[in-house]
Design a protein. Sequence first.
Length: 109
Amino acid sequence: MQGALTRYRIIAWIVGVVLVVLMLVAMPMKYIGHDGSLVAAVSPVHGFLYMLYLVATFDLSRRVGWAPKRMLLVMLAGTIPVFSFWAEHIVTRRWVAPAVAAEPVLAEK
C-alpha cells in the first residue's frame, strides 16, 4: 500500500501545480494578454495528468477500503486549484497513515 500512497502523493502534487499554472498564468495570458498559446499547451497536459490522478486515487482507495463517496471527493479535488494539495495532506495524514502504520513489517533475512 505504501507504493500506492507514494504514487498518489506524487501525481496529486503534479496535477495541483499544473492546474495552478493553468489558472493563474495561462488563463490570464489568454484573456488579458490575448495569447492562448500557453492554454493550448497546458490544458491537454493537465487533462492527461488528471486521468493519471484518477487512476492513482482509485488504486489507493481500493487498497485502503474507502467508501465510494470519499473516493469521489478526493477525485474531484484535482479539478479545483490548490484542492489537490489539501486533499493529499488529508489523505496522507488522516485517512491512510493509520492503515499504513498497522501494516505488518516483513523481516529481512
